[in-house]
Design a protein around this ligand. Structure first.
Ligand code: CO8
Length: 281
């Protein structure tokens, strides 16, 4: 499938999962023919939670971009208030185990692809980015965030443990000291706080400015050999990726055997209910 300039969604992938259906393409892809820069927009209202369908489309988009020699990627959201709410908690709550396994493997694959792209990547964070939303952002090489939102790995706050590769992405971004503080407290950082600890690189007042800052970052590579750049990035990031390659099956087995743990399921139920209650207030 050739890339073209213009927004399109993938329709070739199965999009009708029982109880998980969506009304349209959950990923929009726009490629600038002149620069080769792709804008990938997460489009799964209301909060871009990462369910199987969204992750499958994102993963396939990344494969397609790599095949088509993409020169840069901007990852953003179609929402005005949420970049991504992270993993879709409904995939974790009382899951169908076959689907659950497929979902978790797709999450692993998507992370490995995004973290290891040969081309430069920027997250244009135009809304809240908790947990898996923060993972997507920290998998990119650069982050521009709008004011008045929050970002962080809040897993401990909701009684979960972030997998090693979530932690690796955070460590790679803010360093071990800040990562330890951020992960153990489960803190969600405001835009200003995130800037202070290096969790984001720049702040923008609106999406237009954020895109312009992201493009400026990508232009830094105009006179850098794409191959030398890609090999250097691979060298810097390969340990975390190889670590997951080695243990992806074991991790999947472990998490599958743990997912129906009564306490975990009860905790999820309470948390999902609290999100609903918050909405009513
Ligand atoms: N998954 C599924 N549904 C969600 C999620 C989610 N992550 N987040 C929100 N929703 C739902 C809400 O329940 C609500 O549903 P409904 O319309 O049916 O009532 C709808 O989306 C809209 O949500 P809000 O009203 O809360 O939207 P706001 O715009 O007010 O707020 C926020 C947006 C700030 C993103 C807020 O929704 C929020 O805080 N969400 C939860 C974020 C979160 O804690 N995510 C953690 C996910 S877990 C993860 O990513 C990593 C786990 C790794 C370990 C796994 C080991 C097992």
């Amino acid at each position: 499938m050739a890339l073209r300039n213009g927004i399109r969604g993938f329709s070739i992938f199965s999009s009708s999962f029982r109880n998980y259906s969506s009304t349209g393409p959950v990923i929009n892809l726009q490629v600038n023919d002149k620069t080769g820069v792709a804008t990938v927009t997460l489009n799964r209202p209301p909060v871009n939670s990462l369910n199987l369908e969204l992750l499958t489309e994102l993963s396939n988009t990344l494969t397609e971009l790599e095949k088509n020699k993409c020169r840069g990627l901007m990852l953003t959201s179609s929402s005005n208030s949420v970049f991504s709410a992270g993993l879709d908690l409904l995939e974790l709550y009382k899951p169908n185990l076959d689907r659950f396994k497929q979902w978790w493997s797709t999450l692993q694959q998507t992370w490995m692809k995004l973290y290891g792209t040969p081309y430069p990547t920027v997250a244009v964070i135009n809304g809240h980015a908790p947990a898996g939303g923060c993972l997507l952002a920290t998998s990119c090489e650069y982050r521009v965030m709008l004011n008045n939102f929050t970002i962080g790995l809040n897993e401990t706050k909701i009684g979960m443990v972030a997998p090693d590769w979530f932690i690796a992405s955070m460590k790679n971004t803010v360093g071990p000291r800040q990562a330890e503080l951020a992960l153990t407290t489960g803190n969600l950082f405001t835009t200003d706080e995130a800037l202070k600890i290096g969790l984001i690189d720049e702040v923008a007042v609106n999406k237009e400015e954020a895109i312009s800052k992201a493009e400026k970052f990508l232009h830094r590579y105009d006179n850098v050999s794409p191959l030398a750049r890609a090999l250097t990035k691979q060298t810097l990031r390969k340990d975390a990726i190889q670590d997951l390659v080695k243990k992806q099956k074991t991790e999947l087995e472990n998490i599958t055997s743990f997912i129906n743990n009564e306490k975990l399921q009860k905790g999820l139920e309470v948390y999902l209910e609290s999100l609903k209650q918050k909405k009513k207030q």
